[in-house]
Design a protein. Sequence first.
Length: 102
Amino acid sequence: MKTKKPDLKSLLATANRDVEKARRFSIVGFVVFVALLYGFLFMRINSLNDVQPSSDSVTGQVKAAGVQHIDESVVKQLESLHDNSVNVQTLFNEARSYPFSN
């Protein structure tokens, strides 16, 4: 028994019919696709928002920042110089008045 090969016209007719059936649901399919996309993004952002950094990564970032600390004895010495010397007081006042001058 030989089966008859479908010709081009019948294939196009069945494809056209299937496309018309699918076109009715295209808006619904698009809305469902967008809703799934937003849901996925919401869940991904929420899961990434809850992640806490490890203590090793925090320590590494602090070391990389190179935060400098000022010695308290230097601060006290500068304050005592500021309080005792008129010339130093003048320099400090000028520096406050014109911070971007030489």
